[in-house]
Ligand binder design. Structure first.
Ligand SMILES: Cc1cc2nc3c(=O)[nH]c(=O)nc-3n(C[C@H](O)[C@H](O)[C@H](O)COP(=O)(O)O)c2cc1C
Length: 355
C-alpha cells in the first residue's frame, strides 16, 4: 500500500506543505498529518500540489467533487453539464441501452467536452450478473474514458484494460476490508460509500470509514454518502478524503433523467423518509419511502430480499417506480440547473473553509 510513500515524505501524508504561484494567483495549501485543509485564494481548481490525486483531476475541478453515477438518472446531459461546471461527471454504462446507445453517448460526451472541462467517467458493474461487462469495457477502452468507477466485484481485468490506455480506476466500497482487496487488485483510488448514501449504501459512519482507510492508504480517496452541500464537501476533506462523491443532490437537477415527480419527491422528503432495505434489489439500499408506499409496499415487507434472487433486468424494472435517495434529501429544497448548483456548492464550500 502507499503508506511507505507518506513516510518518505517526512510523515506528512501525501499532500505535504506547498506554497506556490499558479496563473499569477497565490495558492497556499497546507495539509498537516493527513488532515486535509486547503486554503486556496482563487476560484477553485485542484492544485498541482495535491499529490494524492491522479494527474487527470488536477487543475480541472472547480470544487473537489465527483457527480456520482446513478442508475436511470445520469445521462449525457448531466455528465456534460457537470464537467462544464467544473465537477467530474459520471454515468453507469447500463443506463445506455442497448450497447449501441452507449457508443452514441460516448461519442457525444467526448465530442462536446474540451480539455479544460472536468474529466468524465463511467461506472462498470463488475458482477457475473452483468452480461454487458465485456462489451461495455471494450467501448470504454475504445473511447479512452478518463476514469472508470467499478462497483461490486474485484476489478483486476478492468484495471489492466483501463491502465493500458492511460485511464484511472476508482473502486467503490462500503468497508475498509473491501478497500484493501481493491488496492491489491491495482486500483488507483478508493470511493468510500458511507451510511445514509443513495443507492446501495453502506452502514458505516464516515468518521470511522475514512479514517480507517487512511490508516493503510494514502492514495486518492473519495467519500460519498449524504453530502448535499458545500459544507459537506469541506467536511469530507477535513476527514482525509480528496474528493466528495455526490449522488442524491444531483438527482434533483434540471439535467438529470429522473422524472419530475421523482425530483419533487426528493425536494419534499426529509431524512425520516429514507428506508434502508434489501427488499428492492437483494442488496441493501436506501429508498424514498413515499415511492415504496405508492408501489404498494408495507413496512413489514422491507426486512427481507425478494425471493428468487435478482437480475439486472429486474432491477431496472424495480427502480423505475421505486426511487432511491440518501439521507442527504434533508438538505435538498429545489431543482436547480447543474451550473447553479455547482456555483452554490462553491460558495458554501468557501464559507465552510473560513470557519
Ligand atoms: C438513484 C441512484 C442511483 C444510483 N445508481 C448507482 C449505480 O448505478 N452505480 C453505482 O455505483 N452507484 C449508484 N448509486 C450510488 C451513487 O453512485 C453514490 O454512491 C451515492 O449516491 C452517494 O451518496 P448520496 O446519494 O448520499 O450523495 C446510485 C445512487 C442513487 C441515488
Amino acid at each position: 500500500m502507499r503508506r511507505a510513500s507518506a513516510r518518505a515524505n517526512g510523515g506528512r501524508g501525501a499532500f505535504g506543505k506547498v506554497d506556490h504561484r499558479q496563473g499569477g494567483v497565490r495558492v497556499f495549501i497546507n495539509r498537516l498529518a493527513g488532515w486535509g485543509a486547503w486554503y486556496i485564494e482563487r476560484p477553485f481548481a485542484t492544485s498541482s500540489a495535491i499529490m494524492s490525486l491522479p494527474e487527470l483531476f488536477r487543475d480541472r475541478l472547480r470544487i473537489p467533487v465527483i457527480a456520482a453515477p446513478m442508475f436511470l438518472v445520469s445521462g449525457p446531459e448531466l455528465v456534460i453539464a457537470s464537467c462544464r461546471a467544473g465537477v467530474a461527471g459520471s454515468f453507469p454504462t447500463l443506463n445506455a441501452r442497448p450497447v449501441s446507445v452507449l457508443e452514441e453517448w460516448l461519442q457525444r460526451i467526448t465530442g462536446e467536452l474540451g480539455p479544460r472541462d472536468a474529466p468524465f467517467g463511467v461506472n462498470l458493474i463488475v458482477h457475473d450478473n452483468n452480461e454487458r461487462l465485456a462489451e461495455d469495457l471494450a467501448l470504454t477502452v475504445k473511447y479512452r474514458v478518463p476514469f472508470v468507477i467499478t462497483s461490486l466485484g474485484l476489478p483486476a481485468d478492468v484495471v489492466k484494460a483501463v491502465h493500458a490506455y492511460g485511464g484511472v480506476v476508482f473502486h467503490d466500497v462500503i468497508h475498509a476490508y473491501h478497500a484493501k482487496k481493491a488496492i491489491q487488485a491495482g486500483v488507483d483510488g478508493i470511493i468510500a460509500v458511507a451510511a445514509g448514501a443513495g443507492g446501495h449504501a453502506g452502514t458505516q459512519n464516515p468518521f470511522v470509514l475514512v479514517r480507517e482507510i487512511r490508516e493503510f492508504w494514502d492514495g486518492p480517496l473519495v467519500l460519498g454518502g449524504t453530502i448535499s452541500d458545500g459544507a459537506g464537501v469541506r467536511a469530507a476533506e477535513v476527514l482525509g478524503a480528496d474528493l466528495a462523491y455526490i449522488g442524491t443532490r444531483w438527482v434533483a437537477t434540471k439535467e438529470s433523467m429522473a422524472k419530475e415527480t421523482y425530483k419533487q419527491m426528493i425536494v419534499d422528503s426529509g431524512a425520516r423518509d429514507i428506508v434502508y432495505t434489501p427488499a428492492i434489489s437483494g442488496t441493501h439500499g436506501n429508498y424514498l419511502w413515499p415511492s415504496l408506499e405508492k408501489a404498494g409496499y408495507v413496512k413489514s415487507d422491507l426486512g427481507q430480499p425478494r425471493p428468487g434472487g435478482h437480475k439486472i433486468a429486474d432491477e431496472s424494472r424495480a427502480w423505475r417506480d421505486i426511487w432511491s435517495g440518501g439521507q442527504g434529501v434533508a438538505l435538498i429544497h429545489d431543482v436547480p440547473s447543474v451550473a447553479e448548483l455547482v456555483e452554490r456548492l462553491e460558495a458554501e464550500y468557501r464559507l465552510a473553509m473560513k470557519r
